[in-house]
Design a protein around this ligand. Structure first.
Ligand SMILES: [Zn+2]
Ligand SMILES: [Zn+2]
Length: 334
């Protein structure tokens, strides 16, 4: 079968690879759609410690079950499934204490195991979720990033009817903002320095927009209840702190470069009881994300701006790098 392979750091190939072997206890899924995300660029650049090379990347995927290994109940050939890609060891301190996404030996499909930029992929039935008929594979491949958003909201634990300010109107920022609206946000504001991204946010129905907190503070003069950093820029993570209301929360969702430090006024964290919260990947959030997607929380159809066949993976990467796309997906059967 054909697959995208990163044979080593910095190199991309689309080539023939052996079919995934049918094994007891495993499913084989024919990939319907698989999204490219920033993590794939990090894996290619050698900046993702969990990845092993050669790597078949792709962790945002959905497809059709084509082989059901012996000993599996609840799946039949032809089932449409979304795949939760993170695989946790189950035995480390974090797995045993309800924090499996912090697993010491974690990995997953598309990082340490073959992923979805391939015609077919072997997955564990524990990681395959049945899809409702009305969700397309393109939408279902957006469940994994939405599961990151839902995990962020589990960590943030907002109250109904609160205000939100999202820093960064990229793909994840727009998903966070849509989910904030879905979760009952009274006011949802977005800031970004890129006018194209702000214009796009407007098309998604967001009207409280600007390049900095100053532009949107009129709607929340005391600050925002929930401020979400989704740019991955340390300087922005620092500035976002100033937009938090007394008693409010700052969620660090974007992936800032390791080693960089943000300075926060310790007195203000104490005196204003500000929570600074981190959120990393997915934990117990794939199913709620699937349900939210099925309920229309996110306009996923509109977010998938580009889709390419497997053979065009290098071009797809270029489109992603140019920053003009929202979600770029690979459709192996196209
Ligand atoms: Zn991703
Ligand atoms: Zn573990």
């Amino acid at each position: 079968m054909r697959a995208v392979v990163f044979p080593r750091v910095g190199s991309v190939e689309v080539r023939d690879v052996p079919e995934p072997e049918p094994r007891p206890g495993w499913l084989i899924v024919e990939v319907g759609a698989c999204g490219i995300c920033g993590t794939d660029l990090h894996i290619l650049a050698g900046e993702f410690p969990l990845a092993t090379y050669p790597c078949i990347p792709g962790h945002e995927f959905a497809g059709t079950v084509v082989v059901v290994g012996t000993g599996i109940d609840g799946f039949t050939v032809g089932d449409r499934v979304g795949v939760m890609p993170s695989v946790f060891c189950g035995t480390c301190h974090f797995c045993r204490n309800g924090r499996a996404n912090l697993c010491e030996r974690g990995g997953g499909f598309g990082t340490s195991l073959p992923g979805g930029f391939a015609e077919r992929v072997a997955v564990l039935p524990t990681h395959a979720y049945h899809l409702p008929d009305h969700l397309s594979f393109a939408e279902a491949a957006m469940i994994e990033p939405l599961a990151c958003v839902v995990h962020g909201f589990h960590r943030l634990a907002p109250r109904a009817g609160q205000s939100y300010l999202v820093y960064g109107a990229g793909t994840m920022g727009l998903m966070l903002a849509q989910y904030a609206r879905f979760a009952g946000g009274r006011t949802v504001a977005l800031v970004d320095t890129n006018p194209i991204k702000l214009e796009r946010a407007r098309e998604f129905g967001f009207e409280i927009l600007g390049v900095s907190y100053d532009d949107v503070r009129a709607v929340a003069p005391l600050g925002f209840d929930n401020v979400i950093e989704a740019t991955g820029v340390t300087r922005v993570a620092e500035a976002a702190f100033d937009a938090v209301i007394r008693g409010g929360r700052l969620l660090l969702f974007g992936v800032c470069p390791p080693g960089e430090k943000a300075a926060y006024e310790a007195f203000r964290i104490y005196n204003s009881e500000i929570d600074v919260i981190g959120s990393m990947a997915v934990f117990d959030s794939y199913e709620p994300a699937l349900e939210a997607m099925a309920a229309g929380a996110i306009d996923a159809r509109r977010m998938v701006t580009h889709s390419f066949p497997l053979e065009a993976f290098p071009e797809a990467l270029e489109v992603l790098r140019r920053g003009e796309a929202m979600k770029v997906q690979i459709v192996p059967s196209s």
